[in-house]
Design a protein around this ligand. Structure first.
Ligand code: FES
Length: 152
């Protein structure tokens, strides 16, 4: 009986904690960031990429970008990261923004454009957007698929 009471108390505590975490997330991040982080698009390794870059951000997180070209347009773009939720959201949104663009058009995308598309990021996560944009630019500059990690 006492054991059942302890289990019920623990489950209530876990539910309250989950609710508090969800509310905190909603305070910090836009609905767009939360949606992109929970259901990221274009996340994965592209084996037949024409262009690739792997950058290490100042926070110690990696961002990787893969591009496949067709008639000088970005036919497909994918990303991988071991970073935080906002970094996943940045990779997802940036790949969607770059898809179908020419390299020149994609190179013109700035971190501010990405942050705008995500309906904002808290100041402590602005570097996540910068990391994603710099990784995309690096992939387009280098134009190689060599697996080489570069520190920002
Ligand atoms: Fe490191 Fe987001 S916290 S990239």
């Amino acid at each position: 009986m006492a054991e059942q009471q302890e289990t019920d108390d623990f489950e209530r505590w876990v539910a309250a904690l989950q609710q508090a975490l969800l509310e905190r997330e909603r305070e910090l991040f836009s609905e767009t960031v939360l949606q992109e982080a929970r259901q990221p698009q274009n996340m994965g390794v592209m084996l037949d990429a024409d262009m690739h870059a792997l950058l290490l951000g100042p926070c110690g997180d990696n961002m990787e970008m893969f591009l496949r070209l067709q008639d000088s347009r970005i036919e497909a773009v994918a990303f991988m990261t071991d970073g935080c939720g906002p970094t996943v959201a940045c990779g997802s949104m940036l790949t969607r923004m770059a898809q179908g663009k020419t390299l020149e058009e994609a190179a013109a995308i700035e971190a501010a454009d990405l942050i705008l598309a995500l309906d904002g990021l808290p100041p402590e996560h602005v570097h996540c957007a910068t990391l994603a944009v710099h990784t995309l630019q690096k992939a387009m500059e280098d134009g190689s698929t060599e697996d080489e990690e570069t520190k920002e």
